[in-house]
Every structure is written in structure tokens, then in C-alpha cells.
Design a protein around this ligand. Structure first.
Ligand code: COA
Length: 277
């Protein structure tokens, strides 16, 4: 991939990161930032650099945007793509009150995912309309999976998934029904959903998020398989740019194996303790 192609893809990702929360959150422009104001009891978002803003960033503007989110009772979180907004990191560091996390951005660079061989009795599919119980199971798998960070196998399996299960949110079912939200599951014939992940394609771009396997079902190819299924589903719908962020090098290896390469760096910064005064 040339530098020009990479810059173009990163710009497409920038537009995607602006478009997705705009569909669900109230938006407030605050200096060089857009604040996406989710509901504390619902989906909560963050601030991002304002789309198209090319001026400088300084510590005062960062602090002011985080103060505003704090005043609204929302998490003071700022997210950005380093290559698209290179001046922001220094302003965040100078402001000094945010914990900064670097997150590798990875793009699917092969034409389609290579579907891994799966154990017998396990199949992978994209959920359709009218499957509330499977949607609920998928959400519970994500909850149990993300609670056991890293890629190691562990004890938690279908029993823990079933005790974590909550009723599916109606708006999630509506999004699936509209085709806006695509949820993949790896299911065992008897034990049900063991791994999951999802996409929300917008204008030819999608991020794959929420990929998780129950710890007891890890290291058999399920994480790779649901990710590959989401890539294939997106490609079939004409989505050219399929990207994701990897929470660690171990996780990145799972994605690299099925055709993702690092193309940039995302940052997520959060003010955990309000500054004095
Ligand atoms: C990341 C995660 C989804 C991976 O799920 P998984 O189902 O274990 O993924 P896979 O089985 O495809 O790959 C994991 C490892 O098992 C190996 N593996 C796959 N099939 C295998 C098989 N049949 N036999 C032995 N090993 C196998 C893979 O090669 C990989 O090895 P590596 O760690 O050396 O690279 C899972 O660990 C998880 O839920 N973690 C917590 C949540 C999380 O961090 N999600 C990612 C957010 S970005």
C-alpha cells in the first residue's frame, strides 16, 4: 500500500468515526472538537477532533472539552487517529490530566478473510431478523469475554454466559432488522453461542468491534472465524474498507493471521480524576 493510499484510507476511517456516533448521539461542537453526547444510561461516546479542522490544538482546548463532558456527567474521553491529527498528542500530554492509551489500527488488506478450520459441531453465521435470544446470548458472550481480557483460555463457558444474559435492547434488534448492525456468532450445536463480533457499515467503511470468545472456547479458531465472517459479510455488501483496533499484540496476531495489517495508530485518552480546582 502506498503512502497516498494509506492516507486516503485513514481519512475514510476518520469520516466513519464521525458518522457512526452522529447517528445515535447529540452533537456539540466545542472549539476544535466534536463532542458526541450519548446518554449515561445508554450508549456513551467521546470527543473527537472536529472533522475537517486543520488548525492547531492546545492544552487549554483539550481541558475545556474534557471539562464540558465532565459537567454533563459523561465520561471525559477523547479519541483520535494519530496520523490524521498528529498535533493532538502533544496537546493532550501538555494538558496532563488524561491517561493515554495507544491502540494499533488494522486494515483488512486481502480481498477476503481466510476462514479457519473449525471444530466439528461449530458453525459461524450472521444473525438475521427475529433472533432475540441469540442476540442476547451474543451480548452475554461479549460481556464474559471482555471481562477475561487477553487471549488465554479459561474456565468461563456457557454457564457463565447464561447467568450474564440480559434481555436484548430493542434498539439493537431494530438495527439488526434494518440491516444496519451485523452480528456474527460462532455457535456450537448443543452449547450455543461461544464467540461473537459485530459491524456497522456506513458509506463503504466498517469497523469490526466487540470480537470476543468465551474463555472456555478460546484457542480453537473461533475469534478468527467470526472476524473473517464479518469481513466476508461486509465485502459481500460492497464495503471496501474493513478495519479494527487490536487491544494488544496478542490480539493483533489473531487478526494478522486472517489478513489485517497495521496501518496507523489510534489514541484513546480518558480523564479518570478531575483536575484540582
Ligand atoms: C481475542 C479473542 C477474541 C481471540 O479469540 P479466540 O477464539 O481464542 O481466537 P483464535 O482461536 O482464532 O486465536 C487465538 C489463538 O489460538 C490459536 N489457535 C487457533 N485455532 C487453534 C487450534 N485449532 N489449535 C490450537 N491453537 C489454535 C491461534 O493460532 C491463536 O494463537 P496465538 O495466540 O499464538 O496467536 C479472545 O481471546 C477474547 O475474547 N479476548 C478478550 C476480548 C478481547 O480482547 N477481544 C478483542 C478486542 S480487540
Amino acid at each position: 500500500m502506498t503512502d497516498v493510499d494509506r492516507a486516503e484510507v485513514l481519512q475514510r476511517i476518520e469520516h466513519y468515526y464521525d458518522a457512526v456516533p452522529r447517528r445515535f448521539a447529540r452533537v456539540e461542537e466545542h472549539g476544535p472538537f466534536t463532542l458526541f453526547l450519548g446518554k449515561p444510561e445508554g450508549w456513551v461516546y467521546y470527543a473527537r477532533p472536529r472533522l475537517g479542522y486543520e488548525g492547531p490544538f492546545d492544552a487549554a482546548a483539550v481541558g475545556s472539552a474534557m471539562d464540558r463532558l465532565g459537567q454533563l456527567g459523561l465520561p471525559a474521553v477523547l479519541e483520535w487517529v494519530h496520523e490524521n491529527t498528529p498535533g493532538l498528542l502533544e496537546a493532550v500530554r501538555t494538558e496532563g490530566s488524561l491517561d493515554v492509551e495507544e491502540i494499533p489500527l488494522m486494515l483488512c488488506t486481502r480481498l477476503s478473510g481466510v476462514t479457519p478450520d473449525l471444530p466439528e459441531a461449530i458453525s459461524v453465521r450472521i444473525l438475521g431478523d427475529g433472533e432475540p435470544l441469540t442476540v442476547a446470548a451474543s451480548r452475554a458472550v461479549a460481556d464474559v469475554g471482555f471481562a477475561a481480557a487477553g487471549t488465554a483460555a479459561g474456565a468461563e463457558g456457557p454457564a457463565e454466559r447464561d447467568s450474564a444474559g440480559k434481555a436484548p435492547q430493542q434498539r439493537v434488534l431494530d438495527l439488526i432488522s434494518d440491516g444496519a448492525l451485523r452480528v456474527a456468532v460462532a455457535e456450537h450445536l448443543r452449547h450455543g453461542v461461544l464467540a461473537t463480533g459485530r459491524t456497522m457499515p456506513v458509506a463503504g467503511v466498517t469497523e469490526i468491534v466487540g470480537v470476543a470468545s468465551l474463555p472456555a472456547a478460546r484457542r480453537q479458531g473461533l475469534g478468527a472465524a467470526v472476524t473473517a465472517a464479518l469481513v466476508e459479510d461486509a465485502r459481500a455488501a460492497g464495503v471496501e474498507t474493513v478495519f479494527l483496533t487490536a487491544s494488544s499484540d496478542d490480539v493483533a496476531r489473531v487478526y494478522r493471521r486472517i489478513g489485517f495489517d497495521r496501518i496507523g495508530t489510534g489514541y484513546a485518552a480518558e480523564r479518570l480524576t478531575p483536575p484540582p480546582g
